[in-house]
Design a protein around this ligand. Sequence first.
Ligand SMILES: Cc1ncc(COP(=O)(O)O)c(C=O)c1O
Length: 290
Amino acid sequence: MGFERALFFPSGTMANQVALLLHLPRGSEVLAPEGAHLYEYELGAPALLAGALVRAVPAPGGVLDLEALKRAIRWGPFQAPTGLIALENTHNLAGGRVVPLEVQKAVQALAQAHGLPTHLDGARLFNAATFLGVEAKEVARGFTTLMVSLSKGLGAPVGSLLLLPNDLEAEARRYRKLLGGGLRQAGVLAAAGILALTEGPKHLKRDHALARALAEGLARLGLKVEPVETNMVYLEVPDPQGFLERLKAQGVLAGAVGGRVRFVTHQDLRDEDIPQALEAVYRALQSKAP
Ligand SMILES: Cc1ncc(COP(=O)(O)O)c(C=O)c1O
């Protein structure tokens, strides 16, 4: 992937937060696209661990607004100085949307001009690469650090990697150990991770096709479905929790994320699972309480 070192972590959350610890002086600020996992779903860890603020920068469709980003960079005597710019690709809360490589490059150039490091939350980096039709290392290029999950679309049961330059390795190992991520059992887990890295990416095109088929079917049922680029299908239903319970009763599991319903396709699905899931959605909608 073009980095000097890769460290195995039990989770993407831990790898992201160690990256923030590596980059952010206490009292500084990380700029991140609105909806970024590192502040929406990581329990306020930047405040607790790195002692840093997060400033969410407008990112329509998951893509950082460059003008807004420029305005957000701070160094004045009354402000928390910017210490890091982070991106997320694909952007989960924006619907698994892909950030174009030109945007990544523009953000990296801006960061460089201000002497700032960059971190990519690439939990689903291989999905972005598959959508763009490029190698994973093209999406990874130019970031100071990068987190990639082995345990999502790639199919390992557990694990994430933090990719980093040589000079950050010793500190990253220290923080990983401090947070309880220094595993004596890492070899067993890494074996599954190696399989995920070699075999996993081959399945992603199909995952994306299945997600598109699911989205088209849901739209035909009259549901409001967000645009699909990768393996996620987000939709709005009036009572997400009730809908999910009725869907579960039909044998299909999905999640509620950000007030919407989220389906994620994966390599263990059979082709016939999509029409079956649509049938289940239809029934769950029909069985709606009056
Ligand atoms: C974009 C993104 N980053 C980070 C994570 C955290 O990964 P983990 O669940 O392994 O802690 C997730 C998990 O869903 C995610 O979607």
